[in-house]
Structures are given as structure tokens and as C-alpha cells.
Design a binder for this molecule. Structure first.
Ligand SMILES: Cc1cc2nc3c(=O)[nH]c(=O)nc-3n(C[C@H](O)[C@H](O)[C@H](O)COP(=O)(O)OP(=O)(O)OC[C@H]3O[C@@H](n4cnc5c(N)ncnc54)[C@H](O)[C@@H]3O)c2cc1C
Length: 389
């Protein structure tokens, strides 16, 4: 007989593992299925660290209630796991006074009355000597910022889901979902299942099960590298905040203090924006990748710029608006879709998991996701096509 579930969660990266845990905690009969094993290197939820910050420069509307709830939910996860997932180091956001990151952070903090400090070149050098600022640059310190441990979060959510009764299947690729009048049939490489609802959280592979996203969800190559600091003292998490740096036309860079033995980690947001095939191995790191990141280290963080000990390729999956998509499938409310969140979604995982559980069980959520719907994505695409070039 075909196994029956209330909800099936397909994809157990950041979004799927969190959704599975929230569903299992509500006493629902749930199965989670992943093609690989958790936090694997072809997904988007590995690599030691992810930034979290409260004064969100991208848009102040992310702050309340979503980011505040995400922080609270991370702390609840830690309490249940009895281990640390979120470490507060502050996040330093550096750039010209009129740069996108600096103006956006100021606006977000002002709107939500969030505390932050604005440092000039000399103040930044004295407080955080690892960073080199130009004379006309400023640094905004978000004291609530820090970093999350992605592998620990994914494993933690899966552990709790299993303890709460979820069924977990790894190494099993879902090949089709077929909704009908009474539920959904899920076909995998080895079995078939029935569920009343299904959540699709398949990261860079999302368009395989959600054809509406074929044109829009674009997996791109992302490269990050780790450097042994020349000065190990000033790169410790107690002395060096995580950071974002607005380099104008050269894009924005992000990085972390020396959390583990590998040292200081950096990357450029969206790197070279090169599309990749999600079913091919990640293209290897090449000289253009390392030249870009080495040059940044030499110019902006010379005292952290010792030997580069590691560099890896991983994946962002971008939507046209570089936003999120969290919605019921158009025309089929039995299917809940969670996009891989355009390279900035990890910090929201702990609230997106709750939202996905709401959508699967109730068909709606009290949390505001109006900006993350299929309709909002279509409106953005239409507006962009009409915008003057
Ligand atoms: C290098 C890098 C740095 C980032 N930095 C930040 C940051 O600082 N802050 C931040 O907030 N966000 C950041 N992000 C973004 C964030 O990490 C992602 O938004 C998030 O991890 C995506 O999670 P996901 O669950 O959607 O995808 P994934 O983690 O990729 O999970 C998808 C899962 O689905 C499975 N799957 C796919 N197809 C199938 C199928 N057919 N059947 C079964 N299973 C399937 C896959 O095996 C995979 O495990 C970063 C991303 C990267 C790559």
C-alpha cells in the first residue's frame, strides 16, 4: 500500500528542514525527502557561516515582523538543541556615505528605531583594526548582527523533526508530484507516496518540480574563500564583526571573522553572476575567482590577508527581483513553494519554516508574505520590462 502522510516536504536544505521541524512539532504526520544527504556541497546551505543582521538595507519591510521573529525562532531552536547556532559579533556595513548599503541600513534603522553606530575612518580603524576604510567612507555597526552556523541549523532541525516523529528519507530524488482531487502523489526514484499537501523546497533544482519558475529561478555560481590571518588577534570573533562592504560598481562583499581553523571567510555577493546547470557538478574554482577575492583582501583587509587555505564553488538561485518566493502554487493550493531566496535567505530560515508549515496546514499565514508571491514576482517582471533602459 502507498504510504500516506499529511504533508511531504521535498528538499531538506535550510528551508525544508525547518518546515519539517515546525510541522512535526505540531503533531502532523510528515515525511521529508532529499536527493542527497543534509547540508551537502551541491546545495546552498553549507560553508560554516551565514550573515544575520537586523537593520536590513535591502528593504526595511523585512525587519518587522519577519527578522525579529527569525531571531526569536533561532533562539528557540538553540534552546531545544542546547547548542549555539547564532553568534552575535555585530555586523559592520562599510561604504561611501551615499552607497546603497549605507543609505539602506540608515533608513531601515531609522524606520524601526533600531540602534546602530556610525563610525568614520579613524574610529573604525581604532575599534576594528582589521578593516581599511577610505578617508570618505563610513562604517555602520549593527550591534544585533552576527553569524549563523548553517550545517548545525539544518542538522538541528532534522534531529528535532525526527524526535517529533517525522519520517526522513535521504538519497532519494523526487521525480514528480501529481496533485488530484484528494491529495498529491509523490513519485521518487524508489517509491510512491500520498500526502494531503506537499512543500517543494528544492533549492537550485526548484524549476524541475515547479515549471512556472523555469524562466525565473536562475542558479548561479558563487565562490567563497578562507584566509589564514596575518594577525590572528584582531580577526577573532570577539574583536572582528562580520561585515558587508559596498564597493559601488564592483558590487558588494561579505565576510566573517576567524570562526574555525580555516580563518577569515569572504565572498562577493553573486560573484560573476554565471548561470549553472543544477545537475552538473559545481564548476571548479579558477584563477579569475581567486584573483578577485585575493585583490579584495589585499586592498581592504591586509592584516587578515595571509595564505588562502580554501576556496569553494557553491550556488545562489536568483529570482528576477532578487527577493523570495513563498506561496501556494498558482491553481493548486495543495502545493507550497519555497524558493531558495536569491542568496540572502538563510537568516530567515527559522521564520520561513514556520510560514511554510502555516501554508501547508492552514492554506494561509498571519505573517506578511505579500511581497513574496507569484503575483508579486509577475508584477516585478512586468514593471521591469516597461522601465526605461
Ligand atoms: C555561498 C553562499 C553564501 C550565502 N550567504 C548568506 C548569508 O550570509 N546570509 C543569508 O541570509 N543567506 C545567505 N545565503 C543564502 C542561503 O544560504 C540560501 O538562501 C539557503 O541556504 C537556501 O536554502 P534552500 O533550502 O532553499 O536550498 P538548499 O540548501 O540547496 O536545499 C535544497 C535541497 O533540495 C534537495 N533536492 C533538490 N531537488 C530534489 C528532488 N527532486 N528530490 C529531493 N530532494 C531534492 C537538494 O538535495 C537540497 O538538499 C548564501 C548562500 C550561499 C550559497
Amino acid at each position: 500500500m502507498t504510504p500516506q502522510f499529511d504533508v511531504a516536504v521535498i528538499g531538506l536544505g535550510a528551508m525544508g528542514s525547518a518546515a519539517l521541524s515546525f510541522l512535526a512539532a505540531r503533531g502532523v504526520k510528515v515525511i521529508g525527502i532529499d536527493a542527497y544527504y543534509p547540508a551537502h556541497s551541491l546545495g546552498s546551505s553549507h560553508g560554516d557561516s551565514r550573515l544575520i543582521r537586523l537593520g536590513y538595507f535591502e528593504d526595511p519591510s523585512y525587519v518587522l515582523p519577519l527578522l525579529k521573529r527569525a531571531y526569536a525562532n533561532w533562539r528557540s531552536l538553540e534552546a531545544r538543541l542546547r547548542s549555539e547556532i547564532l553568534t552575535i559579533t555585530g555586523v559592520l556595513q562599510i561604504g561611501a556615505p551615499d552607497s546603497t548599503i549605507v543609505t539602506g541600513t540608515r533608513a531601515s534603522c531609522a524606520l524601526h528605531d533600531l540602534a546602530y553606530e556610525e563610525l568614520d575612518q579613524a574610529e573604525a580603524k581604532s575599534r576594528f583594526p582589521v578593516f581599511s576604510l577610505d578617508a570618505d567612507e563610513v562604517a555602520l555597526l549593527d550591534p544585533q548582527g552576527g553569524y549563523l552556523r548553517p550545517e548545525a541549523a539544518v542538522m538541528g532541525y532534522l534531529k528535532l523533526a525526527a524526535e517529533d516523529g517525522a519520517t526522513l528519507h535521504f538519497g532519494e530524488k523526487v521525480t514528480g508530484i501529481e496533485p488530484d482531487d484528494t491529495g498529491v502523489t509523490i513519485a521518487s526514484s524508489t517509491a510512491r507516496y500520498r500526502a494531503k499537501k506537499v512543500i517543494v523546497a528544492t533549492g537550485s533544482w526548484i524549476a524541475e518540480l515547479v515549471p512556472q519558475l523555469k524562466e525565473h529561478a536562475v542558479p548561479i555560481r558563487q565562490v567563497v574563500a578562507w584566509y589564514q590571518p596575518r594577525d590572528g588577534f584582531i580577526t577573532q570573533p570577539r574583536r572582528m564583526p562580520a561585515f558587508l562592504r559596498d564597493e559601488g560598481d564592483d558590487g558588494s562583499y561579505f565576510g566573517f571573522p576567524a570562526i574555525g581553523v580555516d580563518g577569515v571567510k569572504i565572498g562577493r555577493h553573486a560573484h560573476f553572476r554565471e548561470p549553472i546547470d543544477p545537475n552538473a557538478p559545481n564548476p571548479p574554482v579558477n584563477e579569475a575567482d581567486t584573483a578577485l577575492l585575493d585583490a579584495f583582501m589585499a586592498k581592504r583587509m591586509p592584516d587578515a590577508n595571509g595564505v588562502r587555505v580554501n576556496a569553494i564553488t557553491c550556488r545562489y538561485t536568483m529570482l528576477p527581483s532578487e527577493d523570495f518566493l513563498i506561496d501556494l502554487m498558482p491553481g493548486d493550493p495543495r502545493v507550497v513553494v519555497a524558493s531558495p531566496c536569491s542568496g540572502h535567505g538563510f537568516k530567515f530560515t527559522s521564520v520561513i519554516g514556520e510560514i511554510l508549515a502555516d501554508l501547508a496546514l492552514d492554506g494561509a499565514t498571519p505573517l506578511p508574505i505579500g511581497a513574496f508571491t507569484f503575483d508579486a514576482m509577475e508584477r516585478f517582471i512586468v514593471a521591469k520590462s516597461k522601465a526605461p533602459v
